[in-house]
Design a protein around this ligand. Structure first.
Ligand code: HEC
Length: 144
């Protein structure tokens, strides 16, 4: 009996934390607007980038295959140092990844939460180009 009660408490606590930390629903219009105002200047309307800005089309979701890659998408200066608050940034990324990345993200991709983004962006990346190349190598090694 005590075992069952303990299990129940653990289960309920788990549900409560999921509720508190679940990602907010995406407001697509706001996400697109924020992208157009703050990101599009470099990343271009369709996400193809150019001039040193990487192409996100059909690709950006691949970073989610490894945890450092998931962190990278938030810690990259364009994201981390943006004028958006962490809730808006989480929303923008959750919208942007499938919108530009199409099915490059793994199916089990869990949307970013405000709390996760808040913690990650406090540690923005330096030496981004080298770091990105290292991540890409790790990701390519995962492929069969
Ligand atoms: C001044 C130009 C510029 C702006 C504005 C900008 N970015 Fe970027 N972004 C870059 C560059 C350059 C990279 C490649 C990594 C690096 O050198 O920072 C990049 C990389 C990224 C990546 C990783 C993609 C990859 O394939 O490596 C994400 C995610 C990203 N930016 C999100 C954003 C978001 C979200 C915004 C708007 C809030 C934004 N960026 C605004 C220039 C910009």
């Amino acid at each position: 009996m005590r075992f069952i009660v303990t299990r129940l408490v653990v289960l309920l606590l788990g549900m409560a934390t999921t509720l508190v930390y679940a990602a907010e629903p995406i407001n697509e219009r706001r996400a697109l607007f924020n992208y157009q105002i703050l990101c599009q200047g470099c990343h271009v309307g369709d996400g193809r980038g150019g001039k040193g800005v990487p192409n996100m089309k059909g690709l950006v979701g691949q970073f989610l295959k490894i945890s450092k890659g998931r962190e990278y998408l938030v810690r990259v200066p364009g994201s981390a140092n943006s004028a958006l608050n962490s809730r808006e940034l989480a929303e923008l990324l959750n919208w942007m990844i499938p919108f530009f990345g199409k099915d490059s993200a793994p199916k089990e991709f869990k949307p970013y939460t405000e709390q996760e983004v808040q913690i990650l962006r406090e540690n923005p990346l330096m030496e981004v180009v080298e770091y990105r190349a290292k991540l890409m190598k790790e990701i390519l090694l995962l492929e069969p």
